[in-house]
Design a protein around this ligand. Structure first.
Ligand code: HSE
Length: 315
């Protein structure tokens, strides 16, 4: 716990987008990027509980009731956990697309949890805020997965070894590792992208997947970029979800052709990420990936950055 004596009247937090799954690590791995991200202002106001005062940038798509909104659910969970009688108003500025595979719901929850924790005089440390963000994820897609929420809160590359009990491991990231994320303007609801997954996989697929998951962690830990690249291979989820993403295989080939270490679906898609050695190399891969969408006449955004080691920051 980090005790702080004086609490502010209001607090502003920014939480970044995240790439979950990272190829072979469905629901157990994720990392943070620099942008886009969501911003939350929380202030002490009104009767006990949480109210969403405003949401900007969602085109009216998100629920305004605190119990149904991921920022509201995270804030309510925190207030209830610490037994606070405070009244809290939240302004949410969505600066990333919904249903993009960039961890939009987790970013709102993480920003709200950090801002409200600050308002309360910071009764909990960062990791202790994660369960409230996971509950928020359950509200958004029916599953309390942590592979977006943990890196959004903590930054860097995070392994969720177990959800029950929660066991979060921060994985070191080699200095030059960088990422390109291309977001084609198509919306895929995480709930739908989870529903189409198979319930059973073969032993052969499981063995390949374990090898790649462990290989990625080993590559990150030892700074072995080739091993990272060889391990960015998902034989379980990607083949199923790729059918939801027009041009996916062409984009993947373009990333490889431009020198990326590897490429796969970001979270539940439709965004596609590539990892590269160095920001320049990531920029080149990202350029080649977005060219595919340009040729297909599909609008897309490109985000290139190093791995964001900061996670949610107070402004
Ligand atoms: N692990 C989750 C999924 C992430 O792939 O469904 C959602 O962004």
């Amino acid at each position: 716990m980090t005790a702080k004596s004086t609490a502010p009247e209001s607090a502003i937090a920014y939480a970044p987008a995240t790439v979950a799954n990272v190829a072979a690590g469905f629901d157990i791995m994720g990392f943070a990027v620099r942008a886009p991200g969501d911003e939350v202002t929380a202030r002490l106001a009104g009767p006990p509980g949480v109210r969403i005062a405003s949401i900007d940038g969602d085109g009216g798509a998100l629920p305004r009731e605190a119990q149904k909104n991921t920022a509201g659910v995270a804030a309510l969970g925190l207030l209830s956990h610490v037994g606070s009688p405070a009244g809290v108003e939240i302004e949410l500025r969505k600066r990333m697309p919904l249903g993009s595979g960039l961890g939009s719901s987790a970013a709102s929850a993480a920003a709200a949890a950090v801002a409200v924790n600050e308002l309360l005089g910071r009764p909990l440390n960062r990791e202790a805020l994660l369960p409230f963000c996971m509950e928020a994820e359950r509200t958004a897609c029916g599953a309390a997965h942590a592979d977006n929420a943990a890196p959004a809160l903590l930054g860097g590359f995070v392994l969720i070894r177990s959800c029950h009990p929660l066991d979060i491991v921060r994985i070191p990231v080699p200095e030059e590792l960088a990422c390109a994320v291309v977001h084609p303007h198509i919306e895929i609801r995480t709930e739908d992208a989870r529903m189409i997954l198979r319930n059973k996989i073969t032993m052969k697929e499981a063995i390949t997947q374990w090898g790649n998951t462990a290989g990625l962690i080993a590559g990150l830990t030892t700074g072995d970029y080739d091993l990272i690249g060889r391990s960015l291979n998902d034989v379980v989820i990607e083949p199923v979800r790729a059918i939801l993403i027009p041009g996916f295989h062409r984009v993947k080939e373009a990333a490889a052709g431009a020198g990326a270490l590897g490429c796969s679906i970001s979270g539940s898609g439709p965004s596609i990420f590539a990892l590269a050695r160095g920001v320049e190399s990531a920029r080149k891969a990202g350029g080649a990936m977005s060219d595919v969408y340009r040729e297909m006449g599909v609008e897309c955004d490109l985000y290139v950055s190093e791995i964001n080691r900061d996670g949610t920051v107070l402004e």
